[in-house]
Design a protein around this ligand. Structure first.
Ligand code: ADP
Ligand code: MG
Length: 239
């Protein structure tokens, strides 16, 4: 943590309730601070509020209570367009099912993520290539997703998520669809990114992912708590 730089994430009593009869409390009021360069794993059983937290952190949803500052910016004060811009520039997403454009090459998928950059097309291509090299796919830039393995597809998705040098990489079950060899390749990339100073928040059921993160929190029934030590196997089912 650097003095003078605001934390990447600061949640102050952030909660989310879905209206209805009765209302559903998806996340109870939560305090959480994540500093630049931290690697945080979020574990918890199905329905506990993990995706709710990820959507709030990713500016895909808004809290019903509390205050969320991203890089010191109070996100509640933003208009929709500014939220979208902030999301595009400062947050990279990695999802369980990759979400690559099927008719675009690996490189095109990464180039297209740079819509929020004002850089010229040539610089975008260069940045895409650099990002693909960073995840070990410099030799597959022209490949269509259908010709790549699951692990390679997820690495393209990681390249796409990091190409704009976001403040925050948010990952929802990034190894959920991968066999253990491919999952290991993805985890090695996360270790590299962590070593390079990226801030990572990874939601996972996978003990191998949680074990690798520098810090762990658990959610249960919408309540988030800091965890000491490693999660037990009973809490985090093996994949
Ligand atoms: P997880 O990702 O840990 O499986 P979620 O964050 O998706 O859990 O969901 C937390 C709780 O909020 C669950 O009880 C879920 O049913 C509820 N929930 C999520 N989205 C909605 C919604 N749009 N409307 C009503 N309830 C919801
Ligand atoms: Mg979920």
């Amino acid at each position: 943590m650097t003095t003078g730089t605001p934390p990447v994430i600061r949640l102050d009593g952030v909660g989310r309730t879905h209206p209805g009869q009765p209302p559903v409390v998806a996340l109870r009021p939560t305090d959480l601070t994540v500093h630049r360069g931290e690697y945080l794993a979020v574990t918890g059983p199905s329905g506990s509020g993990k995706s709710t937290l990820l959507h709030l952190l990713g500016l895909l949803d808004t809290p019903t209570t509390g205050r969320y500052e991203l890089d010191g910016i109070d996100t509640a004060s933003l208009r929709d367009r500014d939220r979208a811009t902030l999301r595009g520039r400062r947050i990279g997403f990695v999802f369980q099912s990759f979400h690559l454009l099927p008719h675009r090459t690996a490189e095109e998928n990464v180039v297209l993520a740079q819509v929020y950059n004002r850089t010229p097309a040539r610089a975008r291509r260069a940045a895409a290539l650099a990002a693909l090299r960073l995840v070990g796919l410099g030799h597959r830039t022209d490949a269509l997703p259908s010709t790549l393995s699951g692990g390679e597809r997820q690495r393209v998705a990681i390249a796409r998520a990091l190409v704009n040098r976001p403040s925050l990489l948010l990952c929802d079950e990034p190894t959920g669809n991968l066999d253990s060899a491919n999952a290991d390749a993805v985890l090695a990339r996360f270790d590299d990114l962590h070593a390079q100073g990226f801030t990572l928040v990874v939601i996972t059921h996978d003990p191998a992912v949680a074990a690798r993160a520098g810090r762990r929190v658990a959610i249960r029934d919408g309540v988030l708590s800091e965890r000491e030590g490693l999660p037990s196997e009973a809490e985090v089912p093996a994949r």
